[in-house]
Design a protein around this ligand. Structure first.
Ligand SMILES: C[S@@+](CC[C@H](N)C(=O)[O-])C[C@H]1O[C@@H](n2cnc3c(N)ncnc32)[C@H](O)[C@@H]1O
Ligand SMILES: Nc1nc2[nH]cc(C(=O)O)c2c(=O)[nH]1
Ligand code: SF4
Ligand SMILES: [Mg+2]
Length: 216
């Protein structure tokens, strides 16, 4: 299995339960809900994506021929010999992630988290699963550690995901970058998230804190 990686970097997890935790991000190329081309955005199932996941030309991107090769590269970004933490994202990481890669990561003493849209099967040896449903797409994952719903989405109201078993439920204000300069304090979606959480307290607010403090 060859893995196609857009970019990799060491930073703080900006979102959700692990906000503020040092993590290596491994961003896989490609997604099943949008081609990544601007001319296809309006018709895509997921039309608000804030990420470039096309190609392998980002920082530390490339093709990796084996799970061990990619695992070793990921380990190299960790600053010392302690237990490491990687977040697999994309694009849609579920299109490429497999058991072999997670096993190789575990062998190198790295905990594995994923950020997924929930429409494709995921390896069952992951340590942390974050599912972020998109538009009208069908979420097939029924159990996760963290549900992180971008809000508001006309076709994906929070109630649609009541059946999913999750330790934590977060609403993340949609950042539609017509309002980028307002992010997040004065963005309308932030207020909408706050109001929804206050009325439905099983949901908590998650912000994209890396954008606030301007790190990767
Ligand atoms: C780029 S996605 C990649 C992982 C996976 N495809 C997914 O959608 O969860 C990473 C995270 O960014 C969030 N995200 C993408 N575009 C966003 C936007 N415009 N506003 C807020 N969050 C966004 C996603 O919901 C997801 O939680
Ligand atoms: N710092 C930081 N935190 C993140 N959490 C989820 C991200 C993603 O794009 O998947 C992301 C990201 O790109 N950067
Ligand atoms: S599912 Fe994730 S990677 Fe794919 S277009 Fe949507 S936000 Fe971007
Ligand atoms: Mg991001």
């Amino acid at each position: 299995m060859t893995y196609s990686v857009k970019e990799m970097f060491y930073t703080l997890q900006g979102e959700g339960f692990h906000s503020g935790r040092p993590a290596v991000f491994c961003r896989f190329t490609g997604c099943n809900l949008w081609s990544g081309r601007e001319q296809d955005r309006a018709k895509a199932v997921c039309s608000f994506c804030d990420t470039d996941f096309v190609g392998t030309d980002g920082q530390n991107g490339g093709k990796f021929k084996t799970a061990e090769d990619l695992a070793t590269r990921i380990r190299s970004f960790w600053p010392n010999d302690s237990l490491g933490f990687v977040v697999f994202t994309g694009g849609e990481p579920g299109l490429q992630l497999d058991d072999a890669l997670i096993k190789a990561m575990h062998k190198l003493n790295i905990e594995c988290a994923v950020e997924s849209n929930g429409t494709v099967a995921l390896p069952d040896n992951l340590d942390w699963v974050c599912i972020s449903p998109k538009g009208r797409s069908e979420v097939i994952i029924e159990r996760c550690d963290e549900l992180k719903l971008v809000y508001p989405q006309a076709e994906a109201p929070p109630e649609r995901f009541d059946h999913i078993k999750s330790k934590y439920r977060f609403l993340s204000p949609i950042n539609d970058w017509t309002e980028q300069s307002l992010y997040p304090a004065k963005q309308v979606s932030t207020r909408q998230c706050i109001d929804y959480c206050l009325a439905n307290p099983k949901w908590s607010l998650s912000l994209q804190t890396h954008k606030i403090i301007n790190i990767d």
